[in-house]
Design a protein around this ligand. Structure first.
Ligand code: HEM
Length: 403
C-alpha cells in the first residue's frame, strides 16, 4: 500500500555515522549494518543526505523512479570517470539507452560468449592445478586473470593495457563520495587508465561483430547518436570489470571461510547458480546507489523531503534480518525469496548482470569439478573503496580433486 504523508510519519533520525570514514570503509558490513538498525531511512547530517538502509524500503524506492530520480544524487558533480548516460538518466531518455545496451548484451550474444568463457575457465583452472596443490592469490591469479581475458576478448579489446580497466573502474567507484585524500589518490590512479579507455571506445577501433561495433551499428541506424554509443560503451567499461573481479574474489573468500559449504556444493553441483547468488548477497560488489526525491514522500513511515539527496544502501540490505534468515551466514542452498539487491532493482537494474553471471558461474563450475578444498593461507586484504566492496588479495591453497 502506498504510504502517504497523512499516515503516522516520523522525521528521519539524524545520525553522525560517516560511511566514508576509514573505519567505516574497513568494516562496511558491520557499520552499514548498524546504520540499518537505526531506522529504514536516516538523515546523515554531515553530508546532508538521506540513507535508505533496509531491503523492503530500498526495493520500494527503486520501484518508483518518478519519485526517486536518478538525475542527481549526493556528491553529484560531472566527472570524466562518470559516463553521462544510463545510470544518471530518468525515462524517457533512460528507456532509449537501456534498450540500446540490452540489445547488445542480449540472450543470443550471451549464448555466443558461453562456450568461450567455459573453455577459458577450464583451461585456467587446469593450468593452475597442473602440478598438484597450489597457493595463489585468488584475486589476481584467478579472478583478474579470468575476467580480464574473456570479456575484453569479446569486446575486441587489445591484450596490452587491460589493467587500465581496473584502474578506471576503481576511480569510477570512488567518484561517488566526498573529497578526501583517498578519493584524490584513486582519481589520480584512474587517470592513468582513462586514456586507454577513451581510446578504445572510439568507433574506428571496434572490431566487426564486437559489442562496441554493434552499439555503433545502432547509431548508424539512427536509434542512438554516436556520442551515446560511445558513452554506453564507456559505461560497460566503467561498470563491467571492478565489479566482477571483486565479486568472484569475494566468493572464493566466502568458500575458504566456509569449507562445509564448498563440500556441499561439490556434492550438489546443481547448486552452482544458487551459490553465486548467495555469494553476491553476502558480499555485494556495489555498496550503494544514488537518487534524489522529486517530491516529498514517505518510506517505512519516515518522511523524505522534496529535493532530498539519497543513498540506497544495498550492501547493508543484503544482511537485513527482516528479509533473510541468519543473514550473516553463507549458505549455498539458501532459498532467497524476493532475491537480492546486489544488482540493484527496477528500471536501473544492472545491464551487465547476464555477463557477470556467465563469468562467475562458468568459473565456479570449473572449480567445483576440479578443486577438492579451498583453504586460506594468509589474511585476505579487503579493498578500501567508497562505493565498491571487494578484496585486493585472497591468498588460498587449492587442492585438486581426484578425477
Ligand atoms: C557482479 C558484478 C556486478 C554488480 C554487483 C553490478 C551491480 C550493479 C548495480 C547495483 C547497478 C544498479 C545501479 C543503480 O540502480 O543505481 C548496476 C547498473 C549497471 N551495471 Fe552492473 N554490476 C555488475 C556487473 C556489470 C557488468 C559486467 C556490466 C557490463 C557488462 C555492468 C553494467 C552496468 C550498467 C551499464 C548499469 C547501469 C544500468 C542502468 O542505469 O539502467 N555491470 N550494476
Amino acid at each position: 500500500m502506498t504510504e502517504t504523508v497523512a499516515d503516522t510519519v516520523i522525521e528521519a533520525p539524524e545520525t553522525d555515522y560517516d560511511p566514508f570514514a576509514l573505519e567505516s570503509l574497513q568494516n562496511v558490513h558491520e557499520m552499514d549494518g548498524r546504520c540499518r538498525e537505526l531506522a529504514p531511512v536516516v538523515y546523515v547530517k554531515k553530508y546532508d543526505y538521506y540513507a535508505i538502509t533496509r531491503y523492503a524500503e530500498i526495493k520500494k524506492a527503486l520501484r518508483d523512479p518518478r519519485t526517486f530520480s536518478s538525475t542527481s544524487r549526493p556528491f553529484y558533480a560531472p566527472s570524466p570517470f562518470r559516463p553521462r548516460i544510463l545510470i544518471l538518466e530518468d525515462p524517457p531518455e533512460h528507456n532509449r539507452s537501456k534498450g540500446a545496451v540490452l540489445k547488445v548484451l542480449n540472450e543470443e550474444n550471451l549464448q555466443r560468449m558461453e562456450a568461450y568463457f567455459k573453455d577459458w575457465a577450464e583451461q585456467l583452472v587446469d593450468r593452475l592445478l597442473a602440478d598438484g596443490p597450489v597457493e595463489i592469490d585468488a584475486f589476481r591469479e584467478l579472478s583478474v586473470a579470468f575476467v580480464l581475458k574473456v570479456f575484453p576478448d569479446v569486446l575486441g579489446l587489445p591484450e596490452e593495457g587491460r589493467e587500465a580497466l581496473l584502474k578506471f573502474g576503481d576511480a569510477v567507484f570512488n567518484v561517488f563520495g566526498p573529497d578526501s585524500e583517498l578519493q584524490r589518490q584513486k582519481l589520480a590512479r584512474g587517470a592513468e587508465g582513462q586514456e586507454w579507455v577513451e581510446a578504445n571506445t572510439a568507433k574506428e577501433l571496434q572490431a566487426e561483430g564486437s559489442i562496441g561495433w554493434m552499439l555503433y551499428q545502432q547509431a548508424e541506424e539512427g536509434k542512438i547518436t554516436e556520442t551515446e554509443a560511445q558513452q554506453i560503451l564507456k559505461s560497460i567499461f566503467a561498470a563491467g570489470f571492478d565489479t566482477t573481479t571483486a565479486s568472484i574474489a569475494s566468493m572464493i573468500r566466502a568458500f575458504a571461510d566456509n569449507p562445509g559449504e564448498w563440500q556441499k556444493l561439490r556434492e550438489n553441483p546443481e547448486l552452482v547458480d544458487n551459490a553465486w547468488e548467495e555469494a553476491i548477497r553476502y558480499y555485494p560488489a556495489s555498496r550503494y546507489g544514488g537518487r534524489w526525491a522529486k517530491k516529498e514522500t514517505v518510506l517505512g513511515g519516515v518522511r523524505i523531503p522534496e529535493g532530498a539527496k539519497i543513498l540506497t544502501m544495498w550492501l547493508g540490505a543484503g544482511r537485513d534480518g527482516r528479509q533473510y534468515e541468519n543473514p550473516d551466514e553463507f549458505h549455498v542452498d539458501r532459498e532467497m525469496k524476493g532475491g537480492h539487491l546486489s544488482f540493484g532493482f527496477g528500471i536501473h537494474t544492472c545491464a551487465g548482470q547476464g555477463v557477470a553471471r556467465l563469468e562467475a558461474r562458468t568459473l565456479l563450475r570449473a572449480l567445483v569439478e576440479r578443486v577438492e578444498r579451498i583453504e586460506l593461507v594468509g589474511e585476505p586484504v579487503q579493498a578500501v573503496n567508497y562505493q565498491a566492496f571487494g578484496h585486493e588479495k585472497v591468498p588460498v591453497r587449492l587442492t585438486p580433486a581426484r578425477r
